[in-house]
Design a protein around this ligand. Structure first.
Ligand SMILES: NC(=O)C1=CN([C@@H]2O[C@H](COP(=O)(O)OP(=O)(O)OC[C@H]3O[C@@H](n4cnc5c(N)ncnc54)[C@H](O)[C@@H]3O)[C@@H](O)[C@H]2O)C=CC1
Ligand SMILES: Nc1nc(O)c(N)c(N[C@@H]2O[C@H](COP(=O)(O)O)[C@@H](O)[C@H]2O)n1
Length: 331
């Protein structure tokens, strides 16, 4: 069944605006940045899980939160996932906000102010897939490729360490406007990770994105992407964090957001990297809601901005969801 067009209210968009990259129409400051504006945004359960398992697409967001995500997609030049997510989810990574000048729908035009329902030109973000070893076996049937072919989204740029990607895939990508971006050296400082690759330095990833003319990127996941970005070395690169928290637990075996602690010091808040607004605030926000969706007493309003959701809202019929925005670097 076709997905109903997503609608995001102007008032909600205005609430988010201070956390979003400057509009390209009104600011030149973003052009002066050497790296793009980075928004980290994802949905978790109360136990900080992104999905039931590494290969399992798990719906945590309801329609309102999903519409918010698509508004965010309309406000960024690029949208980034790791190859684990590309394989697990076969994602579309496009913006599917209703493009209507009627009613309260926000214009998806990144250049217009929230609520101005005039010129509607849907801004599509460029999908960026981090795939150092080229594990993603995309085909012309992959959702993102189909959407690009149909003009409903952009084709992916794949960031890889493989110097010469296979010609057939290169052709497939280029036919719909995508390409490979080869990064010279994965981060030599890091030990080889389990899958036999070294991580890229996030600065190198972001510089490559900026080099393509993109001034803002939203990073959606999955676990490894988020946890490496929120490591001590790179968390300062993140300008904004926007998290949806679903009132459920996914339990052991899930893919968790759990950024590494510093190598020294006790495992308490002082060793969480850097500043309280990402990991620690997320934990507080999660514990602010009981399993049946009620607010716990003595929890400040600033931590959870929940609202009742309709029974039709996806996987969490009787719960609440919250949007938490913060700056992980404490700036
Ligand atoms: N609830 C939510 O908002 C979201 C949930 N997910 C879920 O997350 C799960 C996938 O998470 P993961 O398995 O952790 O995969 P992932 O999507 O984080 O991809 C991991 C892979 O990406 C590459 N990678 C990541 N960071 C890198 C770096 N700095 N340098 C070089 N390569 C890097 C590596 O090849 C690594 O194996 C899926 O089940 C998906 O459904 C994904 C995105 C959002
Ligand atoms: N915001 C959010 N909530 C969830 O519950 C999710 N599972 C995700 N997943 C992310 O969205 C991508 C799917 O995008 P399409 O709808 O196919 O365009 C998925 O790959 C994750 O990045 N996000």
């Amino acid at each position: 069944m076709a997905e109903a067009p997503l609608v995001f209210l102007s008032a909600e968009a205005e609430r988010l605006e201070p956390r979003l990259p400057p509009s390209s129409a009104t600011s030149t400051s973003s052009e002066e940045r050497t790296l793009p504006w980075v928004t980290l945004t994802f949905a978790t359960s109360l136990d900080s899980a992104l999905s039931l398992g590494p290969g399992i697409r798990t719906a945590l967001s309801g329609p309102q939160s999903k519409a918010m995500t698509h508004y965010l997609r309309s406000r960024h030049d690029a949208i980034c996932v790791g190859v684990g997510t590309a394989i697990a989810d076969d994602p579309g990574l496009n913006c599917r906000l209703a493009a209507s000048s009627q009613g309260p729908t926000v214009s998806p035009d990144a250049g217009s102010l929230p609520g101005s329902a005039s010129a509607i030109t849907t801004h599509q973000p460029r999908p960026i897939v981090i795939d150092p070893m080229l594990r993603w076996e995309f085909t012309s049937q992959s959702k993102v490729m189909q959407l690009a072919g149909a003009g409903k989204g952009l084709a992916p740029y794949i960031i890889t360490a493989v110097a010469e990607p296979p010609g057939s895939r290169k052709k497939l990508l280029e036919e719909v406007g995508g390409k490979y971006i080869v990064l010279d050296q994965p981060n030599a400082k890091e030990p080889t990770a389990g899958a036999g690759y070294r991580r890229f330095d996030w600065r190198a990833i972001l510089a490559a994105v900026r080099n393509e003319g993109m001034q803002s990127i939203m990073i959606e996941g999955g676990g490894e992407v988020i946890n490496s970005l929120l490591s001590a070395e790179s968390a300062e690169l993140v300008d904004s964090v926007i998290i949806t928290i679903a009132p459920t637990w996914l339990g052991p075996g899930s893919v968790f957001v759990s950024p590494p602690l510093r190598p020294t010091g006790p495992p308490d808040q002082t060793s969480l990297i850097p500043g309280p607004t990402s990991a620690s605030k997320q934990t507080e926000a999660a514990s602010a809601v009981t399993p049946d969706g009620k607010r716990r007493p003595n929890v400040p309003d600033s931590l959870v901005e929940g609202r009742p959701v309709q029974a039709s809202e996806g996987q969490q019929p009787d719960g609440k969801h919250g949007v938490e925005a913060g700056d992980p670097s404490g700036r």
